[in-house]
Design a protein around this ligand. Structure first.
Ligand code: SAH
Length: 343
C-alpha cells in the first residue's frame, strides 16, 4: 500500500485525502523512504540550490490575538518596537552586500504605514540588488497593489489551519474566509505567494493536515512554510505540547511530492526543537533557509515563540555558518534571486 501511494505521488503529484492521511501515519522505515523520496524529487525539479532569504522582523506591534503567538496584543511583557524605514533599508543593503538575494520584511499586524512600506520596497529594489518579500499580515487590496507596483516580489501569509471553525477559534476576531480571500488577491496581483500551516495546533489531526496540503495545491502556491508549534508561556496555548518534528517532516515531504516546484523553507522553528532540524528539513524536500537578520537589540522582543534567537546576532557570521551547514549536506547556496518559475 505504501509503495503504491508513494509511486502515485511521484508520478502524478496528486493524491486524495485518504492517501495523504495514509502517508502522514507512516513510521520507521517508511518514514525514511518518504523523506528520501521527497529529497529526490526536490533534486530533480529544483536541483542542488538552497536559497538564503534574510528576514528582518521590523515591528512587534500587533493588533491581533492569535492564541499561540507571543506577539498577541494581550501579552504586555515585550516592549514594543518599530524599526524606521531608513534603518531597514540600510540593513537590507548591508545584507545584500553579504550575499543575500532576498530580504523578507516581517512584522506583527502593526498597520505600519503603507507608504513607508512602499518607500522601503522601492529603495531596496533600487539600491540593494535583492528580491523583496513582504509578510505583514492582512491588509487591504489597495495596499497589496501599491507594494506590488513598488516592486515587491513575494508575499507570505500563512493560513495556519485549513478548517474554518478551528481557524476562527484559534484567531479571535479573525475569519478564515478573509484569510483565504487575501491569498487569492495576492495571486491575482502577481505576487509569488506563500502560505503554510503550523503542526501541533490543538484539535489538529491527520485529516486537517491533509486538508492543509490540499489547500496548498488548490491555491497553487509558490512558497509553503510548514513549522511546528512551540508553546509560548504568555499565550492561552502555554500548556500545549510542542509540535512533532517528525510530523512536520512528513508534512514537508508529502508537500514536496505533490508540489514539486514549490519553494519550501526548512524553518527556524524546526531548528528550535531539534538541533539538526534545519538539516533534516533540507533533506526532506526543503530548498530555502531564512536566517534572521534583525539587529540583535530587537531580536529578543520579537518572540513569536520562545527560544528562537541565536544569542550573538552577527549577521555576517550567521550567513557564513549557514552556508557551511548547507555545503556540509553537499548542497550549495543559490546565486540567483530564487524567483519561482513554473511551467
Ligand atoms: N503578522 C504576520 C506574521 C506572523 S508571524 C502574519 O499574520 O502573517 C509568522 C508566523 O509565525 C505565523 O504565520 C505563524 O505560523 C508562526 N507562529 C506564530 N506563533 C508561533 C508559535 N508559537 N509556534 C510556531 N509558529 C508560530
Amino acid at each position: 500500500m505504501f509503495k503504491k501511494i508513494l509511486n502515485k505521488a511521484v508520478k502524478t503529484h496528486n493524491l486524495n485525502i485518504e492517501e495523504i492521511m495514509f502517508l502522514l501515519k507512516v513510521e520507521e522505515k517508511n518514514f525514511k523512504v518518504l523523506c528520501s523520496m521527497a529529497n529526490r524529487v526536490r533534486q530533480e525539479y529544483l536541483g542542488n540550490n538552497v536559497h538564503m532569504r534574510g528576514i528582518i522582523e521590523f515591528s512587534n506591534y500587533c493588533s491581533r490575538s492569535c492564541k499561540y503567538c507571543g506577539l498577541r496584543k494581550e501579552n504586555k511583557e515585550p516592549e514594543r518596537y518599530r524599526i524606521e524605514p531608513d534603518e531597514i533599508i540600510n540593513l537590507g543593503i548591508y545584507a545584500g552586500k553579504i550575499g543575500y538575494k532576498t530580504i523578507v520584511l516581517q512584522s506583527g499586524e502593526d498597520n505600519y504605514e503603507a507608504d513607508k512600506i512602499e518607500y522601503i520596497t522601492k529603495k531596496l529594489k533600487k539600491e540593494a540588488d535583492v528580491a523583496v518579500t513582504l509578510s505583514l499580515g492582512e491588509r487591504d487590496f489597495a495596499e497589496y497593489k501599491l507594494w506590488k507596483k513598488a516592486g515587491a516580489d513575494r508575499y507570505l501569509l500563512k493560513h495556519e489551519i485549513a478548517d474554518k471553525d478551528k481557524y476562527n477559534n484559534l484567531h479571535p476576531g479573525m475569519s478564515y474566509e478573509e484569510r483565504i480571500k487575501r491569498l487569492r488577491w495576492l495571486k491575482e496581483l502577481g505576487y509569488q505567494t506563500g502560505s503554510g500551516n503550523i503542526i501541533g495546533l490543538p484539535e489538529q489531526n491527520e485529516e486537517t493536515i491533509a486538508q492543509d496540503i490540499e489547500l496548498f495545491k488548490d491555491l497553487d502556491l509558490e512558497m509553503i512554510g510548514i513549522g511546528p508549534l512551540i508553546a509560548h508561556g504568555r499565550t492561552p496555548l502555554k500548556n500545549v505540547e510542542n509540535g512533532s518534528v517528525k510530523m512536520t517532516l512528513k508534512t514537508m515531504a508529502i508537500t514536496r511530492l505533490l508540489l514539486p516546484q514549490a519553494f519550501l523553507p526548512s524553518t527556524t522553528a524546526l531548528n528550535s526543537l531539534d538541533s539538526r532540524g534545519r538539516q533534516k528539513g533540507l533533506q526532506a524536500g526543503a530548498n530555502v533557509i531564512m536566517p534572521n537578520i534583525t539587529p540583535p537589540e530587537y531580536r529578543s522582543l520579537y518572540e513569536i515563540y520562545p527560544g528562537k534567537r541565536p544569542p550573538e546576532g552577527k549577521i555576517k557570521n550567521e550567513y557564513i555558518e549557514t552556508k557551511t551547514m548547507i555545503e556540509s549536506l553537499g548542497r550549495k547556496v543559490a546565486s540567483g534571486y530564487g524567483h519561482i518559475k513554473k511551467d
